[in-house]
Design a binder for this molecule. Structure first.
Ligand SMILES: Nc1nc2c(ncn2[C@@H]2O[C@H](COP(=O)(O)OP(=O)(O)OP(=O)(O)O)[C@@H](O)[C@H]2O)c(=O)[nH]1
Ligand SMILES: [Mg+2]
Length: 401
């Protein structure tokens, strides 16, 4: 995502949120959007003690910030205008230094070390390594802290033991969709002849748990980075490039999704002030329920999807009479069910069953419906019906095309 584009969108969302005419729920939603929008994505590195977290952090930053062999407390690396270090101690006292400090008496008793660095990569990600000792209790707390902070997780391992599996089970499911398994010290595994078999067994046992499982010989990757341009192929061979690219690509997708959500928010609230120029609920519902559509094509998904929408429209028609607020709530939830049904149908038939444009329409409609459900009124209900209508039109196009 281009930074100036993000900045422009952020300014517009800020203006809408501070305007004061938004429904309270929508304002909360906008504030929540602003709280993360355009900020570096928080990447947390977890794993058992000595699994290679700190060196991996160095590799992701692209330089040896932390010398090898240091035993440090929790460590955070974030963007800053200049090099700075903050050491937070028990009792909430913090000491700051206008330079990078990673060892020495200044750090005695520190429980969190924050390094600020003027590095471009830190505009896109921030990094956190959570410290733990050898006890399961301490590791459990590290996982809990890490999971709370993380938007993206990297778990470092060589075997993924029962203990790791148990700790991993505490990570919320939603975060697992943004988690990578780094099989660190891949050079050692390779030397012992264990790497192919290890990767195969992790891939079969853990594929559902992580976005990707990637081996990395981190020390070799760092040595390759030291060599600059000349180290490019060694960086690729170490697995460092694949891991770094996978994480950054994932981060970028997340930032795009945030941008899309923000644009959707603007489309709904920037000029309409929460709902002018919308069709009457009854009119819009009538159109969704309109059974005159002839599904003559032979595209199985679109055909079934239209049938599904027609079934939903019958339910919607019963809920449509305008009046009590709870009718609108039920109506909006029935609209959401209709879209969920389409998504499920698409999931069971495989993503190739529909065009990219229909995928986009469906996911955009689902997100817009989230916004509408925050508002709960006649206007949003009519808008929801219009949304379904748009989805239906796209389906007809799928059939026609
Ligand atoms: N051979 C090899 N050794 C590695 C690799 N990565 C890390 N190490 C070594 O493993 C040891 C631990 O690495 P760290 O990065 O400090 O591990 P950590 O998980 O941060 O350790 P703690 O913070 O103490 O839990 C160090 O001696 C590293 O030199 C690697 O890719 N290959
Ligand atoms: Mg470490």
């Amino acid at each position: 995502m281009q930074l100036d584009r993000a900045e422009e969108v952020r300014t517009r969302v800020e203006a809408v949120v501070s305007d004061g005419t938004l429904p309270a729920n929508a304002r909360d939603y906008g504030e929540q959007l602003l709280s993360r929008f355009g900020k570096p994505v928080r990447v947390v590195i977890l794993g058992l003690p000595g699994s290679g977290k700190t060196q991996l952090l160095n590799m992701l930053v692209g330089r040896r910030l932390i010398p090898d062999g240091r035993s440090l407390p929790a460590l955070e690396v974030i963007a800053g205008a200049s090099w700075r270090t903050r050491a937070a101690r028990e009792g909430d006292t913090t000491q700051s230094f206008d330079r990078l400090v990673t060892e020495g008496p200044e750090l005695a008793g520190a429980r969190l070390l924050t390094l600020e660095a003027p590095l471009a990569i830190l505009e896109r990600i921030s990094l956190l390594e959570v410290a733990a000792d050898d006890t399961v209790d301490s590791q459990w707390r590290a996982v809990e802290t890490g999971a709370k902070h993380a938007e993206v997780l990297i778990w470092c391992t060589q075997v993924f033991t029962e203990v790791e599996r148990m700790l991993w089970n505490h990570v919320p499911g939603a975060l697992k969709d943004h988690a990578f398994l780094a099989v660190t010290k891949a050079d050692e595994l390779q030397r012992a002849g264990l790497l192919p078999q290890r990767l195969a067994s992790m891939n079969s046992a853990l594929a559902e748990e992580f976005c990707e499982i990637l081996p990395v010989a981190t020390l070799r990757a760092l040595a390759a980075l030291d060599d600059g341009e000349n180290g490019q192929s060694a960086f690729a061979a170490s697995g460092g490039r694949a891991l770094r690219n996978a994480v950054l690509k994932h981060v970028e997708q997340g930032r795009r999704a945030d941008l899309d959500t923000a644009l959707l928010f603007l489309r709904r609230y920037e000029t309409a002030g929460g709902g002018t120029g919308i069709p009457r609920l009854a009119d819009a519902t009538g159109s969704v329920a309109d059974a005159s559509v002839v599904s003559s094509g032979n595209w199985a998904f679109a055909d079934q999807a239209l049938n599904h929408l027609r079934d939903c429209a019958n339910i919607l028609a019963q809920l449509a009479p305008e009046g009590a607020t709870d009718k609108y709530v039920k109506f909006l939830s029935a609209c959401a069910d209709a879209l969920d049904g389409l998504s499920e149908l698409l999931a069971t038939q495989g993503s190739a069953a529909a065009s990219t444009s229909f995928h986009d329409t469906l996911s955009e409609a689902s997100e817009m419906l989230l916004l509408l459900r925050l508002e709960k009124g006649a206007g949003p209900a009519a808008d929801a019906a219009t949304l379904l209508l748009q989805v239906r039109r796209e389906l007809e196009d799928e059939l026609a095309g």
